[in-house]
Design a protein around this ligand. Structure first.
Ligand code: PEP
Ligand code: MG
Length: 562
């Protein structure tokens, strides 16, 4: 077989190699009408299958709670409730008794109808629930048709689970030999993605139906870091990936062992390491890995399917489980960054991005601020403004926050600006007096500065001198005004770019939860003065390739650190 590459969307970071294990599909709806005489038995089988599913989900939830995984257990409770819902039970029973559907088909049809209704309400939380409900349908219909096994076990050894979509229970019940997940559809913020991140399983979603044509047992690489799946990789590539996986495992073990050591360079410069998060599971994983708090809480990911601006209650519901974990710690909550590839249905056709959109709808901004101030009360709260291009936008947000804080009797939080559009970096000296901190978003900054697509395989070269100059200008303007600078784009956890950021005197790095322990170890391996010398030379380089050569010695220090 020749190598094939499918592009997707990373939902849980990392790289994994194994053989395809196709998840048993729920089965097609069979429209054959049962004989009247067979219907009562079939109806009993359908109801028994739903009851058995409820019991299985309940048992799983108990197990998870015992392990302290309450978020995941809560998700399963929703499946149990649905399996016991009298309206659903009645509908399934009637589908068999009056329409003559088989037990499995009645479950599939009626549960799908409930899931579609949830989809149509337009609430992102309920839409995520729809995936959970469909997962219940798969489980119960398999039981009803006598297939007890969760997934076909035609493969043994390291497996990559391949499916159209998954519910959280499917992921939680995975065999211990599953190393990664590849889905045809699925969302980054779906519950399956949350659970996969919690388990540290690399996962790529949105691979399209092509992924379902892979053969059971076919070797594949799931590379979430490069947003792709490689089917039937050649021997050389497999060796390289195996080496990478083994090295990552060793490095992680070593880094976790040192997670409570301070993040100070060898010559004494402190660099705070915080985490990027969008889910409670990520916050928990980040804190376990020693993060100093959250440096970027992406709030828009929970609302990508929204049909209207989120209400105060909706914001509160998504923020509370994350901010409750951050009592006394830094919580940098970014205002909704809608627009571009993060445009929910209700904003389709609308132009603009981030703060620009919020300022066009002050009520939407007020709702979010109200919820942030309320749920973040016990944290070291920082409100981060996305896609800032001019100082007036910061003043407008501050003018909105102040009366809300006064009315609530809350402290006015620190207000920070994202520097992710070249305009903000160029205007950093004018922006700095208006804010308490800058957060550099290298993902967008690199893409806008170099005119390249940020989603292209291989990532964006934030080490290009044109990008490094913007970062240096931002840091210089911030420090002249006496405010700190964090970097929260992917570059903050890149072994090539991170040492240059430290050398340019960035104060804080905010990285994915899974990278926290590693980046903390890297800070301790660096020498600030040495990194500064090389970073300053990189500003005079002509190309990203030249910077790569210059930064080699710094990267070697990180490699030695693990
Ligand atoms: C960035 O642009 O680097 C950033 C952190 O924001 P996001 O990735 O959410 O656009
Ligand atoms: Mg951005």
């Amino acid at each position: 077989m020749t190598e094939r590459v499918l592009a997707g969307v990373p939902a849980s970071p990392g790289i994994a190699f194994g053989r395809v294990r196709l998840l048993d599909a729920a089965g097609e709806v069979d429209r054959t009408v049962l004989d009247e005489s067979d219907r009562p038995d079939a109806a009993t089988r359908a109801l028994d299958a739903l009851a058995q599913s409820a019991r299985e989900l309940e048992e799983l939830a108990v197990k998870l709670r015992a392990e302290g995984r309450t978020d995941e257990a809560d998700i399963l409770d929703a499946g149990t409730m649905m399996a016991e819902d009298p309206v659903l039970l009645e509908a399934v029973e009637q589908a068999v008794l009056t329409r003559g559907l088989s037990a499995a088909s009645a479950i599939l049809v009626e549960v799908e109808s409930a899931a579609t209704q949830l989809d149509m309400i337009g609430d992102p939380e309920l839409a995520a629930r729809a995936a959970d409900v469909r997962s219940l349908a798969r489980r119960a219909s398999r039981l009803a048709s006598g297939h007890r096994d969760h997934a076909r076990r035609t493969t043994s050894g390291d497996a990559i689970l391949v499916a159209a979509d998954l519910g959280p229970a499917d992921v939680i019940e995975l065999d211990g030999d599953v190393r990664g997940i590849a889905l045809a559809v699925g969302g980054v913020t779906g519950h399956a993605a949350i659970v996969a991140r919690g388990l540290g399983l690399p996962m790529v979603v949105g691979l399209g139906d092509d992924v379902l044509t892979l053969n059971d047992g076919e070797p594949v690489i799931v590379d979430a870091d490069r947003k792709m799946l490689i089917a039937s990789p050649d021997g050389e590539r497999i060796d390289a990936v195996r080496e990478k996986i083994a090295a990552a495992r060793d490095a992680h073990t070593r880094a976790m062992a040192g997670r409570s050591l301070p993040t100070v360079t060898r010559d004494g410069r402190a660099v705070r390491v915080l985490a990027n998060a969008a889910t409670p599971a990520e916050v928990r994983a980040a804190l376990e890995a020693g993060a100093d708090g959250v440096g970027l809480l992406r709030t828009e990911l929970a609302f990508l399917e929204a049909k209207h601006w989120p209400t105060v209650a909706e914001h509160r519901r998504t923020l509370e489980p994350m901010l409750a974990q951050l009592r006394g710690l830094t919580a940098t909550v970014r205002l909704l960054d809608f627009g571009g590839d993060k445009t929910p249905p209700f904003l389709k056709g609308v132009h603009g991005r981030g703060v620009e959109l919020l300022l066009e709808d002050l009520e939407a901004l007020e709702s979010q601020l109200e919820a942030i101030l309320e749920t973040g009360e016990a944290t070291e709260l920082r409100v981060l403004i996305p896609m800032v291009t001019e100082p007036g936008q910061v003043r407008a947000v501050r003018a909105t926050i102040e009366p809300i804080a006064a009315r609530r009797g809350s402290r006015v939080p620190l207000v920070a600006a994202m520097v992710e559009v070249p305009a903000a970096a160029v205007m950093a000296d004018r922006l700095a007096p208006e804010v308490g901190m800058f957060s550099i978003g290298t993902n967008d900054l690199t893409s806008f500065q170099l005119g390249i697509d940020r989603t292209r395989p291989g990532g964006s070269p934030a080490h290009h001198p044109a990008v490094l100059r913007l970062i240096a200008a931002t840091v210089d303007a911030a420090h002249a005004a006496g405010i700190p600078v964090e970097v929260c784009g992917e570059a903050a956890s890149s072994p090539l770019v991170m040492p240059l950021l430290v050398g340019l005197a960035v104060d804080e790095l905010s990285v994915g939860a899974a990278a926290v322990a590693q980046v903390r170890a890297w800070v301790r391996a660096l020498d600030f003065v040495g990194a500064t010398t090389i970073a300053r030379r990189a500003l005079d380089a002509e190309s990203a390739a030249e910077v790569e050569l210059l930064a080699r010695s710094l990267r070697a220090l990180l490699d030695d650190a693990g």
